[in-house]
Design a protein around this ligand. Structure first.
Ligand SMILES: C[S@@+](CC[C@H](N)C(=O)[O-])C[C@H]1O[C@@H](n2cnc3c(N)ncnc32)[C@H](O)[C@@H]1O
Length: 201
C-alpha cells in the first residue's frame, strides 16, 4: 500500500480497478477461522465490516449464518462483494459509502476490523473509534486485527498497541487479558497483525 502524493490518501477505487491490492489475502483471514473454531461468532448476530474492500470475510460471515453489512467507499469493491454474494445465493447489505460516517438504524452485535484502520490516516482514527463505538451495542464485540509496523508513514500505518490502547480506552472498551496472537500478513512483508477481541462498554 502506498500513498498517492497528490491526494489525501490512496485512490482506492483506482487501486481496485488496477488490481493493485497487495493487502488482499488469498483466502479468509486465519484469525476468522480460528475464532470461528472457538465458537466466537453467534449466527444470530448482525456483523459490520467497514472498509471491507474485496475481502472474503463478509461472505465467510454470511456462510456462518450471520447477517452481514459491508461498507466501502470504492464502488468497484462493493460491486465485487455483491457479485460474490449473488453467485453464492447469499444475502447481505453491501454499501458504497464512507464507513467513518456510517451510522446504522440499529446497532450491531459485532464489528470486524481488518486492514481498514491501518489504511486511513492516523488523524482519522478518532473518527474510526467513534464509528465503531456508535455502531456497536453495549456488550458488542470488536474483532480487531492491529497491523504492526515500525517504519513511519503509510498506508499501511502501524497500529502499535500503545496507540491502540489510547484510541480504545478502558472507559469505553474492555480489552482482553494476556498476549494477543500474531498473524503475519502474506502480502505485506509478513507484517504481523495482532488479533484482539474487545467489548464495547
Ligand atoms: C487496505 S484496504 C482493506 C480492504 C479489506 N478490509 C481487506 O482486508 O482486503 C482498505 C479499504 O478501506 C476502504 N476505505 C478507505 N477509506 C474508507 C472510508 N472512509 N470509508 C469506506 N471505505 C474506506 C478502501 O476503499 C479499501 O477497500
Amino acid at each position: 500500500m502506498s500513498q498517492t502524493p497528490a491526494s489525501d490518501g490512496p485512490d482506492w477505487e483506482a487501486r481496485f480497478r488496477d488490481s493493485d491490492a497487495p493487502w488482499e489475502r488469498p483466502g479468509v483471514h486465519p484469525a476468522l477461522t480460528d475464532w470461528a473454531q472457538d465458537g466466537a461468532f453467534d449466527r444470530r448476530w448482525r456483523m459490520l465490516v467497514p472498509g471491507c474492500g474485496r475481502g472474503t470475510e463478509p461472505e465467510a460471515f454470511a456462510r456462518l449464518g450471520l447477517s452481514v453489512t459491508g461498507v466501502d467507499m470504492a464502488p468497484t469493491a462493493i460491486a465485487w462483494q455483491q457479485a460474490r454474494f449473488d453467485a453464492a445465493g447469499l444475502t447481505g447489505a453491501l454499501l458504497a459509502a464512507d464507513a467513518l460516517a456510517y451510522r446504522p438504524d440499529a446497532p450491531f452485535d459485532a464489528l470486524w476490523e481488518q486492514t481498514f484502520l491501518c489504511a486511513i490516516h492516523p488523524r482519522l482514527r478518532p473518527d474510526w473509534e467513534m464509528m465503531a463505538h456508535a455502531c456497536l451495542k453495549p456488550g458488542g464485540v470488536l474483532f480487531a486485527l492491529f497491523m504492526q509496523k515500525d517504519e513511519p508513514g503509510g498506508p499501511p500505518y502501524g497500529c502499535g498497541l500503545d496507540a491502540m490502547r489510547q484510541l480504545l480506552p478502558g472507559q469505553r472498551w474492555i480489552w482482553p487479558e494476556g498476549e494477543l496472537k500474531a498473524y503475519p500478513h502474506p502480502g505485506l512483508n509478513a507484517k504481523p497483525e495482532l488479533a484482539a477481541r474487545l467489548i464495547r462498554r
